[in-house]
Design a binder for this molecule. Structure first.
Ligand code: NAD
Length: 478
């Protein structure tokens, strides 16, 4: 069994406490054993980052560009290998694993370019002979805490801007998916990241995560994960006056109007609801369907959903991989049981026993639901979708916005007028027209409103807001 250690101060460090990383497609397959740290490990990483922070903050944009570009190139060159590892560790299909690795590569290369484009402003003062200069500086040491569902892309879209803008990093990946984070740490190390600039501390949220959030010398926290953990982190950061950015859950609506192209709508909903085993914060979980197209839509979507091949993530024919672990599968099955009580009808949703022992579930569609039901208010985070029948666009918008969340919202329609109305009135950070609610570009902002997000947006040029702080300087020329 290969053992994997933590990266601190440019060295691989073992804290003992090795934890097996198990393949959800086949629990007999153990990927490796990963050393989990504790509060002392975080303190050690912070010391290393403190020693490195001034020289990294003052490094040339070219040096930062070159490091990020090299990591981006390495991810692309080995995307089949890392995509297969991702599929083995998290349960995404091979194609999704390779696609996500390529996304991580693109993110690194995008921020390699952004490192060269850190702009400021020069203004004339309201007073004579004085210039006012507005510049951006790194925040300092940032703690990055990531979830298991995008185990290579989410660390990438936090690490790359953090380093591009001159910050030192302490990354704590989800305890279920340390292998993908270890890949990024290895690539940064192999491509010359200076000691202490990037540190990987693996471990549990309650120990390592908590120690990162509460450490007085960590200046900012970027977190992606569940609402409960996010609220706790916001509270601690608020008291400590730490900069904080939270990306949390979703209960994303997809509206299908009578005038929609049926095949476009079904394919957007099939993808948005069930692909990646529904384990996407942007998944379409509430399908809000106008009454005229309702029956045809449900007939076609349920037919295509039942034809999806659920299987081992490493099998190229698999369309839906396993659920990430037993705990998540149990939670999905409890929601499906609840749907059997709340909804008019449930199609699919059984636990599946395949050749290898794994966490397999048939995708599920809940029919005859309304927006007050728990299945439509709480994030399930599995391959499950609810259908809600509505009379018209007005009712569709009101149901779509009636949620605690506001990450992504979609509409399928051939009416420019309806699309425009929805785009303007959807209470969400991202709006999709004739596209799945999930699936975004890497060079534009990502994030939501209401309970889904807090703090500045991630990704694209907007990432500069979180990873830098602004300084205003006044100069009297004499
Ligand atoms: P989670 O909140 O359980 O864990 C996320 C991370 O926080 C993990 O690394 C975990 O170890 C850590 N953590 C747990 N307790 C902590 C604590 N007390 N202090 C500090 N860190 C702690 O979430 P998860 O189950 O890994 O991920 C699934 C959730 O993530 C879903 O709710 C999903 O919607 C959300 N998500 C959101 C986005 C987005 O961008 N909006 C993207 C992906 C996933």
């Amino acid at each position: 069994m290969t053992k994997y250690d933590n990266l601190i101060n440019g060295e691989w460090v073992s804290f003992g406490n090795y934890n097996d990383n198990v393949n959800p497609s086949d629990t007999n397959d153990v990927i490796g054993s990963y050393s989990y740290g504790d509060a002392d490990s975080v303190a050690h990483a912070v010391e290393a980052a403190q020693a490195a922070r001034d020289s990294w903050a003052n490094s040339t944009p070219q040096a930062r560009h070159d490091l990020l570009d090299a990591v981006g190139n390495a991810l692309a060159a080995r995307s089949s290998e890392f995509g297969a590892l991702l599929a083995r560790e998290e349960g995404k299909t091979l194609a999704e694993g390779v696609g996500e690795t390529m996304r991580a590569s693109q993110v690194f290369k995008f921020f390699a370019g952004e490192a060269l484009r850190v702009a400021g402003e020069l203004q004339t003062s309201v007073r004579p002979d004085i210039d006012v200069e507005i510049t951006r500086e790194p925040v300092g040491i940032v703690g990055l805490i990531t979830p298991w569902n995008f185990p290579i892309a989410i660390p990438a879209w936090k690490i790359a801007p953090a380093l591009a803008y001159g910050n030192c990093v302490i990354l704590k990946p989800a305890d279920l998916t340390p292998a993908c984070a270890h890949v990024i740490a290895t690539l940064l190390h192999e491509n010359g990241c200076p000691a202490g600039v990037f540190n990987l501390v693996m471990g549990r949220g309650s120990t390592v995560g908590e120690a990162i959030v509460t450490h007085p010398d960590i200046d900012a926290i970027s977190f992606t994960g569940s609402v409960g953990t996010g609220h706790h982190i916001a509270e601690v950061c608020g008291k400590m006056q730490k900069k904080v950015q939270l990306e949390m859950g979703g209960k994303n609506p997809m509206v299908v109007l009578d005038d929609a192209d049926l095949s476009v709508a079904v394919s957007a909903c099939l993808n948005g609801t069930f692909f990646s085993t529904g384990q996407r914060c942007t998944a379409s979980s509430r399908l809000i369907v106008q009454e005229g197209i309702h029956d045809a839509f449900v007939a076609e979507l349920s037919k295509q959903m039942q034809a999806l091949k659920v299987g081992d993530a490493r099998d190229p024919d698999t369309q839906i991989g396993p659920v990430v672990d037993e705990k998540q599968l149990k939670s999905n099955l409890e929601y499906i049981e609840l749907a059997r009580k709340e909804a008019g009808e449930v199609i699919g949703g059984e636990r599946l026993e395949l050749d290898a022992p794994g966490f397999y579930q048939a995708p599920a569609l809940f029919l005859g639901t309304d927006n007050s039901m728990r299945i439509n208010r709480e994030e399930i985070f599995g391959p499950c979708g609810s259908v809600l029948k509505v009379a018209d666009l007005e009712e569709a918008i009101s149901v779509a916005n009636d949620t605690d969340f506001g990450l992504s919202a979609g509409i399928c329609t051939t009416s420019l007028k309806s699309a425009r109305t929805f785009k303007r009135r959807a209470e969400a950070g991202m709006v999709m027209v004739n596209l799945p609610t999930a699936g975004v570009d890497y060079h534009v902002p990502f994030g939501g409103r209401k309970g889904s997000s807090f703090g500045p947006r991630e990704q694209g040029r907007y990432a500069v807001e979180f990873y830098t702080t602004v300084k205003t300087s006044y100069v009297f020329a004499g």
